[in-house]
Design a protein around this ligand. Structure first.
Ligand code: HEC
Ligand code: HEC
Ligand code: HEC
Ligand code: HEC
Length: 433
């Protein structure tokens, strides 16, 4: 009796549960299909080079990226008109004498022009390596993965040309399945590693800066195989970069007038910005100013039309500053001051070069002192170039820019004095001025 009672109770429970289950299943079957915030329309392959495919899922980001092809508006010191820096400032012809940058040196343009622009530049010749393509194409992440960066860099530019058909695109900054920001350039991964840093531990805000450091950095090509390296092993300040280059005795070219072994700086936007600038210290990222949130109807997204923030200051600065007119006014003041200081540095450098040239041509010149003078020239010019090649005319870090330019001017004047000392006569000053 006791046992059959238990059986009845259990049977009732089972029946109740079964009915409940059927009811839940029927309810679920009659629900509309689940909808997520972002419905992936198409599956995107990892490292897909063609941004148009990603664009099917993310039309706003894609269409704003497309605008970088034609956003050619000039600002006082930047913008996107590919004006010639050599025509604007003929002193550069002396500073870069004997080097390819004295052939052609233009203002940069938007991300979609990278392949067109690198292929048109006169600095590229038949000996140029594929390494020059490192920052220019969305095909790269896939190729680096497939062949390794060493094999990529070993190839010639001309051999690589047919393998690249995409300018900068989604694959340069995002992981396909998660859309997370990632480091895609092996040279950046290695440079961070050399400093004991792992980007996988970075915060989202840090990634919004480091993703730009895939390309907007100083770099050099190591050895005959032209392996891409960021010279950060000692740190990313100009003094540490200079020390790194001194140690490995790296030179880009020998200046034909002064006889100095020289280094050309690239575009150290990340290094200058991260050298304790006010914005960097406050946790502001490159993305905050260059890719602010934008609205298109109901959609809110990061604009991928990356350009000078002065062209959309309301969005770029207005998210944090209430007085946008005041802060953009500060930009012009800072840039004018940095430009004026830079002109003084360039004058000092031209004087140093001409005096070193005259000293070298003087009979009985003291070669040891002359070499010291050349070293001062090198140290001065790479400091000047760190600020000149940087893209913001000092705005990214005004204090640091002015500090470096002051050092550079001082070093150039010291180089000139050494040249006079080497020649043993100030008479060489008259011969060239
Ligand atoms: C606080 C805002 C701000 C932050 C943060 C910032 N920038 Fe800028 N950036 C500017 C301004 C302002 C200019 C100057 C634009 C001009 O002169 O037209 C500029 C100029 C540039 C340019 C040249 C633009 C052109 O039109 O040619 C590049 C490239 C650039 N920044 C990259 C970066 C990178 C990379 C980072 C992060 C490492 C960064 N910026 C961080 C505000 C910012
Ligand atoms: C130069 C680097 C870069 C490229 C190229 C790039 N993105 Fe982004 N993308 C970013 C950054 C930076 C953010 C802001 C991420 C954040 O806030 O965490 C972002 C954000 C996004 C987001 C998140 C939503 C939003 O708008 O903030 C999506 C989706 C996205 N990008 C799609 C794309 C697609 C699609 C492409 C190619 C058509 C692309 N991105 C190309 C850097 C890039
Ligand atoms: C894959 C390499 C790469 C990445 C990643 C990259 N850039 Fe660029 N960027 C370039 C190159 C190369 C140019 C110059 C293109 C030209 O002149 O054809 C450029 C140009 C620019 C310009 C000048 C645009 C103009 O209209 O003059 C700005 C501003 C800029 N980048 C900001 C950024 C910011 C901010 C990030 C990170 C969110 C970033 N870039 C990430 C390679 C890159
Ligand atoms: C994500 C927030 C953020 C954005 C975006 C931003 N700023 Fe700032 N800015 C700050 C903070 C934080 C400070 C430092 C605190 C302070 O003094 O107000 C600062 C300070 C400044 C200063 C004073 C720096 C000094 O040392 O005198 C200027 C000038 C400035 N910003 C200009 C700009 C311009 C121009 C833009 C747009 C291109 C911009 N900022 C975009 C947050 C931002």
């Amino acid at each position: 009796m006791k046992r059959s009672g238990t059986v009845i109770v259990l049977s009732v429970i089972i029946v109740v549960l079964a009915v409940g289950l059927v009811a839940v299943l029927l309810f679920m079957k009659n629900q509309p299909a689940p909808v997520r915030g972002v419905t992936p329309l198409v599956e995107i392959a990892q490292m897909e080079a063609d941004s148009a495919k990603w664009g099917l899922n993310f039309p706003n980001q894609y269409s704003s990226l497309l605008k970088t092809e034609t956003n050619n508006t000039q600002t006082a010191y930047a913008g996107s008109n590919p004006f010639s820096k050599l025509e604007k400032d003929p002193r550069l012809l002396t500073l870069f004498a004997g080097y390819s940058f004295s052939k052609e040196y233009n203002e940069d343009r938007g991300h979609l022009n990278t392949l067109t622009d690198v292929r048109a530049i006169k600095r590229v010749d038949e000996k140029t390596h594929a390494t020059c393509y490192s920052c220019k194409s969305a095909n790269n992440p896939g190729l680096w993965d497939e062949m390794g960066m060493a094999a990529y860099d070993k190839m010639l530019f001309s051999e690589m040309t047919p393998r690249l058909n995409q300018p900068i695109g989604c694959a340069n900054c995002h992981e396909a399945n998660t859309m997370k920001l990632i480091v895609t350039n092996p040279a950046l991964e290695e440079a961070l590693e050399a400093q004991g840093k792992d980007w996988r531990t970075f915060t989202r805000q840090e990634m919004r800066t480091i993703v730009c450091a895939n390309c907007h950095v100083e770099y050099y090509f190591k050895g005959d195989d032209k392996y891409l390296v960021f010279p950060w092993a000692k740190g990313t300040r100009i003094e540490q970069i200079s020390e790194f280059y001194q140690d490995i005795e790296f030179i880009d070219w020998t200046h034909p007038q002064s006889g100095t072994p020289m280094i050309k700086m690239q575009h150290p936007d990340y290094e200058l910005f991260s050298a304790d600038s006010t914005h960097f210290k406050a946790g502001v990222s490159c993305g905050d100013c260059h890719m602010p949130y934008t609205r298109d109807g109901a959609a809110k997204f990061s604009t991928h039309n990356v350009h000078s923030p002065l062209l959309n200051a309301e969005a770029a600065c207005g998210a944090c500053h209430t007085d946008v007119e005041y802060v953009t006014g500060r930009v012009s003041q800072i840039q004018n001051q940095v430009w004026a200081t830079m002109e003084a540095t360039e004058d000092a450098l031209v004087d140093a070069i001409q005096t070193l040239e005259a000293a070298a041509a003087t009979a009985g010149v003291d070669e040891t002192i002359l070499a010291e003078g050349r070293n001062l020239h090198r140290e001065s010019q790479l400091r000047w170039d760190f600020i000149a090649a940087e893209s913001s005319m000092g705005f990214h870090n005004p204090e640091e820019a002015l500090r470096i330019l002051a050092d550079a001017t001082n070093l150039a004047r010291q180089a000139q004095i050494k040249a006079i000392e080497a020649a043993g006569t100030p008479g060489i000053l008259q011969s060239n001025q």
